[in-house]
Design a protein around this ligand. Structure first.
Ligand code: GDP
Ligand code: MG
Length: 164
């Protein structure tokens, strides 16, 4: 079958915004309420001569005792296990937070290829120094994107398809 790519990261980093943009339609719900996507949602995406199945996830909030958040975490773990490549999304506006590092540890344990995408880089010149901070996750080169403004998406997809 087609390669599977899962978008994971904390709630509210912009996973569903990216998913909807790549899916070419509004399938997944985007809300300012963190963690609004509760189920895995699938779309077929094509890039250059390649196509793959993209999975949106509800977002991982490590160590949450909240029932919905821990259910979302479970869904994200299932998506990670299903995926051939993981798109790990972080948020330049919030910067590197503790739970990003915890998600990074979880992804390292999965031993799957990870593409680290730094979202909300709405101005590449202004935020580039903040993007480099994410090297500290020790998971590879951070790729700046703005899902909302459709910037950096081609470079990100080039990285993803290298792993197929
Ligand atoms: P998810 O919880 O990770 O799926 O995040 P959502 O896709 O629901 O987005 C959370 C919030 O971030 C929404 O208000 C989006 O409009 C906003 N957002 C998403 N992408 C960008 C971006 O590239 N730039 C900015 N400034 N905001 C964004
Ligand atoms: Mg979402």
């Amino acid at each position: 079958g087609k390669p599977v790519v899962a978008v994971v990261g904390r709630p509210n980093v912009g996973k569903s915004t990216l998913f909807n943009m790549l899916a070419g339609q509004r399938i997944s719900i985007v809300k300012d309420t963190p963690g609004i996507t509760r189920d895995r949602i699938y779309a077929d995406v094509s890039w250059l001569d390649r196509s793959f199945t993209l999975i949106d996830t509800g977002g991982i909030e490590p160590d949450s005792s909240d029932v919905i958040l821990s259910q979302m975490r479970e869904q994200a773990e299932i998506a990670i296990n299903t995926a051939d490549v993981i798109l790990f999304m972080v948020d330049v506006k919030q910067g590197l937070v503790d739970s990003d590092a915890k998600v990074a540890d979880m992804l390292r344990r999965s031993r799957k290829p990870v593409v680290l995408v730094v979202n909300k880089v709405d101005n590449f010149e202004k935020y580039m120094a903040d993007v480099y901070e994410f090297y500290n996750l020790g998971i590879g080169e951070p790729i700046p994107i703005s899902a909302a403004n459709q910037m950096g998406i081609g470079d990100m997809l080039d990285e993803v398809i290298k792993y197929f």
